[in-house]
Write a new protein. Structure first.
Length: 447
């Protein structure tokens, strides 16, 4: 059931209510193993385009998922109706699916009960942020752009989720999760500037600061020159760094590693990037979106994935972890990348130290070209500039690149402290801006 249909829900599903619902499922299930998952989501979204608000809506959707298994045959059914009759129907459908399904050789019963970490996954100011607060931030961004005779488009959103998992072996986890997001694209003729943020606290979005940054990018991009494709020194802003590292993270799958098809196959315990780079899961960091438990009912834990350039972890599901004897299973929902050594104070300082480089705000539409060596392709976007003798001298026409992060990050020349990085390719990470000596741009785009 959703609020969008005009039929409003009461308060978010509480811990006690989820326990009651899961126990109701357990009493009605005849399966060997039964798992119940809760995702009760309340989101508010304000969209704007052409310097006008075009949408300001609240949506509510609750989903209860029932998974059952009989001797390795398993099935899942869900319901958005939390009444006893609908829950009974979900149990019946899940059991029917399981009984006609083949035995899954990789099926594992639910994990043993454990005490999940208690984390600050929700902030009161975000929970209390309604349409008026979102409109306040929206109008702030629009007003700044109007004063510069520029066009603004973007989103301000806030949401809260009640998430839960329970199993008939005693496993039980429940937590509230909240976040707020801001995204803005500023258009100045054919040039664009962009900024985005995501945080547990809506007050941390820094709307004015990010709007001014996007305006500056758009205005600076009006006069464009075209450079030839080739290998350049680059200064990658945090969003661009995160876009490349997101694909490196995706390549760490343990199953493909074992098959030998992973680009890092055979490199566990060996250097894969510059020896000063380290990647950690930091679920307790206040600027990341850490959680207490995973959808599989495992605790989210702090872990080191790349330690001074050396690959230390792979991404496991429960079956591959059991096969390889990995316990506990590392998680990576709150990635933080750092560089050992003294950082410069700002991106502007990276610019000042560059003799000649391309400054990249962001990459978009990143896709793999060769899975064996992780060569990626994509395009620069929302502000690409030529730096000469420590100054930005002009905007340049966007490039398409063909490059592997395993090659690009073999040498880092300079860097900032880790900063928040958010884009559509990556979600939320903490990464530094970096100066790299070589980056391959394969062609110039038409725009």
């Amino acid at each position: 059931m959703t609020a969008a249909s005009g039929k409003s829900w009461p308060h978010m599903t509480s811990r006690e209510e989820f326990r009651f619902l899961s126990n109701l499922v357990f009493t009605r299930s005849s399966a060997d193993q039964t798992i119940v998952r809760l995702h009760d989501h309340h989101a508010g979204t304000t969209r704007f385009a052409n310097n006008q608000v075009v949408q300001n809506v609240d949506t509510r959707r609750g989903l209860l998922s029932v998974s059952v298994a009989f001797h390795g045959r398993h099935g899942t059914a869900s319901t958005t109706d939390f009444t006893a009759g609908a829950i009974q129907d979900a149990v019946t459908r899940a059991e029917r699916i399981a009984r006609v399904s083949p035995v899954d050789p990789e099926y594992l019963p639910p994990p043993d009960p454990c005490a999940f970490p208690m984390r600050a996954t929700v902030r009161s100011e975000t929970v209390g942020a309604g349409p008026a607060r979102r409109l306040e931030y929206t109008n702030e961004a629009i007003s700044q752009c109007r004063m510069e005779n520029l066009m603004a488009a973007g989103v301000v959103s806030s949401s809260m989720t009640a998430a839960g998992i329970a199993a008939n072996n005693g496993l039980f986890g429940y937590e509230h999760r909240g976040d707020a997001r801001f995204s803005l694209t500023v258009q100045a003729g054919d040039a664009t500037g962009w900024s985005a943020a995501a945080h547990r606290s809506i007050d941390h979005l820094k709307v004015q600061e990010r709007t001014l940054a996007a305006i500056k990018k758009a205005k600076s991009g009006r006069d464009v020159q075209e450079l030839s494709a080739g290998t350049y020194s680059v200064i990658l802003e945090p969003a661009a760094v995160a876009g490349l590292w997101a694909w490196l993270i995706r390549s760490l799958d343990a199953k493909s590693y074992t098959k030998g098809t992973s680009p890092v196959a055979g490199k566990l315990g060996r250097h894969i990037v510059d020896e000063r780079l380290s990647l950690r899961n930091s679920p307790d960091h206040p600027d990341l979106l850490g959680e207490g438990f995973t959808p599989d009912g495992l605790p989210s834990i702090a872990s080191v994935w790349v330690d001074h350039g050396v690959l230390r972890q792979l991404t496991y599901n429960r079956f591959t972890a059991k096969t390889d004897g990995v316990d506990p299973i590392p998680t990576l929902e709150a990635p933080a990348l750092s560089v050992e050594g003294l950082p410069v104070a700002s991106i502007q300082d990276l610019v000042k130290s560059a003799e000649r480089a391309i400054l990249v705000t962001n990459f978009w539409y990143i896709r793999p070209v060769n899975d064996r060596n992780l060569v990626l392709t994509g395009m620069t976007r929302d502000g690409t500039f030529l730096v000469e003798k420590g100054e930005v001298v002009s905007a340049v026409k966007n490039f398409r690149f063909h490059e592997s992060p395993l090659t690009a990050f073999q040498q880092v020349e300079a860097w900032t402290r880790p900063m928040e990085a958010v884009n559509s390719e990556t979600g939320k990470m903490l990464v530094p801006a970096m100066a790299l000596p070589r980056f391959a741009f394969s062609s110039v785009t038409r725009f």
